[in-house]
Design a protein around this ligand. Structure first.
Ligand SMILES: Cc1ncc(COP(=O)(O)O)c(C=O)c1O
Length: 410
C-alpha cells in the first residue's frame, strides 16, 4: 500500500512517519501464530489454553437481570458524565465492608470505564515532560505508555524472587527519584501473584512522603487473595494522604466486558482524575452502573469467584510440581507465575521463557504467557473454559500427561 499523504503527520509518540510500518512481532501475536501452527499440525490434539487472562464466566444472573431492567428505563439513556451517586455510594459501602476503609462517596470516589482507562488517564494529571513514573516489571504497562505520551519517562522496578517480588525502592538513582512523580503498584500483583503486606504499604507511604511521589495502587485483582484477607492500600494509615487505589469490577465480579471500576483515595487526586476523565469520556451507561452497584453490594459474588480460582490454582500447582516444576500456590490473582525451564532432560535448551512458551504450544498444545522482564517465567492462567469440576479435572489430567513427557530442567 502506498503511503497516505498524512504518513509524515503521525505523532512521534506512536512512531512518527514510521507508524504502521514496524515488522516487530509482539508476544501475544507470536502466541496466536504458534496456536495456529499447533492446530494446523496436530488437529486431533486439543489446545490446553492457560494463556487467556479473562474470567471464563458471565456475570451472575441477578446482575444481568438488573442491567436488562435498567436498560429499559428512559431515565438511564443519557450521558453519565462523572458517574451516578448510587454507584459511588455502593463503592464506599463496599470499601467499608470489605476493608474497613471510610470514604466520602461524593469527593473520594469516582467511577471509571474499567481500570485500564483510569490508569491511562492518571498520568495526564501529573506528568509533564521529563517527569518520571516508577513502574514495577513485569506488569500492566498502560500508565507507563501514557507517561511517555506526555513526554515523561518510565523507571522500571523489577520484581525479583530475591526481593520476595516487592520493588526495591532503595535502588532508584537520586536523579531519577528527584524527577519521580508517580509510583504505580499492583497488588495482588499481576503476573507474579504476590499479595502486599501492611508493612510493605507502610514503607511505600513513607517513601511517597519523603520523595513527594503520588501512589497509584492498581487493585484490579484485589478480591482474588488467598494467603490473606484481601488488603486495600487505603486501609493503611496515611495511604489516603499519598495516593489513590484503582478498583475493577472485571476480575472479582466476572464483569470483564462491562467496563466498570472506581478510583478512590485522596480527594484532590480523585478530583484531578475526574477532570481529566470529564474531558475524555462521558461516563459508563447508567444501566451498567446500577447493575455494578448491585454487584458491589453482593459479597457472595467475589466469594464464589475467589473459591473457584483458588481451587483451580491448587490443582494446577499440584500437577506442575508432579511434572518437575517447582511452584507454590500464588498469594492472589488467577495467575500462576513460575520459573521457566532452561531446557529439557533430552538436552533441548531454551534461550528464554519465550522459547520455552513456543515449545509448549507448538509441541504439546499447551498455551502459557512467557515473561522475560525479570528473569524467565511462565504465566499460567486458570481462567480456561471448563464447564464443571469434572471438566477441570479432565483438563488437569491432559496437562499432566503431556507435561510428564517433557522432563524440564531448571
Ligand atoms: C493488573 C491489571 N490492571 C488493570 C487491568 C485492567 O482491568 P479492567 O478490566 O478493569 O480495565 C488488568 C486487566 O487485565 C490487569 O491485569
Amino acid at each position: 500500500m502506498p503511503d497516505p499523504y498524512f504518513q509524515t503527520r503521525f505523532a512521534d509518540r506512536i512512531g512518527g512517519p514510521n507508524y504502521g510500518k514496524g515488522t516487530e512481532i509482539y508476544k501475544f501475536e507470536k502466541i496466536k501464530r504458534a496456536k495456529r501452527q499447533a492446530l494446523a499440525e496436530n488437529p486431533q490434539r486439543s489446545l490446553v489454553d492457560f494463556g487467556i487472562g479473562e474470567n471464563d464466566e458471565m456475570a451472575p444472573e441477578n446482575v444481568r437481570r438488573i442491567l436488562s431492567e435498567e436498560a429499559n428505563k428512559p431515565e438511564n439513556r443519557g450521558y453519565a458524565d462523572n458517574g451516578i451517586a448510587a454507584y459511588k455510594e455502593a463503592a464506599a459501602r463496599f470499601m467499608h465492608r470489605t476493608f474497613g476503609v471510610e470514604l466520602d462517596p461524593v469527593k473520594e470516589v469516582n467511577h471509571c470505564i474499567g481500570t485500564k482507562t483510569a490508569l491511562a488517564m492518571l498520568p495526564a494529571a501529573f506528568i509533564n515532560p521529563g517527569d518520571v513514573t516508577l513502574m514495577t516489571v513485569p506488569g500492566y504497562p498502560v500508565a507507563g505508555t501514557h507517561t511517555k505520551y506526555y513526554g515523561g519517562e518510565v523507571h522500571r522496578l523489577p520484581l525479583l524472587a530475591q526481593n520476595d517480588f516487592f520493588p526495591d525502592l532503595g535502588s532508584i538513582p537520586a536523579d531519577v527519584l528527584r524527577r519521580s512523580k508517580l509510583l504505580v503498584l499492583c497488588y495482588p500483583n499481576s503476573p507474579t501473584g504476590k499479595t502486599a503486606t501492611v508493612d510493605f504499604y507502610k514503607r511505600v507511604i513513607d517513601f511517597a512522603q519523603t520523595n513527594k511521589v503520588v501512589v497509584v495502587q492498581d487493585a484490579a485483582h484485589s478480591l482474588l487473595s488467598y494467603d490473606r484477607k484481601p488488603l486495600s492500600f487505603l486501609e493503611v494509615p496515611g495511604a489516603k494522604e499519598v495516593g489513590v487505589e484503582v478498583h475493577s469490577m472485571s476480575k472479582g465480579f466476572h464483569m470483564i466486558g462491562w467496563r466498570m471500576g472506581f478510583v478512590a483515595g485522596h480527594e484532590r487526586i480523585v478530583q484531578a482524575f475526574a477532570d481529566v476523565k470529564d474531558n475524555s469520556d462521558s461516563g459508563q451507561f447508567m444501566a451498567v452502573q446500577k447493575a455494578a452497584a448491585a454487584a458491589l453490594d453482593d459479597d457472595s459474588i467475589p466469594r464464589q469467584v475467589r473459591a473457584k480460582y483458588e481451587r483451580r490454582l491448587k490443582k494446577l500447582v499440584d500437577v506442575l510440581n508432579r511434572c518437575g516444576f517447582d511452584c507454590q500456590m500464588p498469594g492472589g490473582t488467577y495467575f500462576l507465575y513460575t520459573r521457566s525451564p532452561s531446557g529439557l532432560a533430552d538436552g533441548t535448551k531454551f534461550e528464554n521463557a519465550e522459547a520455552a512458551g513456543q515449545y509448549l504450544i507448538t509441541r504439546h498444545s499447551i498455551v502459557t504467557v512467557p515473561w522475560d522482564d525479570a528473569g524467565p517465567h511462565l504465566r499460567f492462567s486458570v481462567t480456561y473454559e471448563a464447564a464443571d469440576e469434572r471438566a477441570e479435572d479432565a483438563l488437569m489430567k491432559t496437562t499432566e500427561e503431556r507435561l510428564k513427557q517433557i522432563r524440564p530442567v531448571f
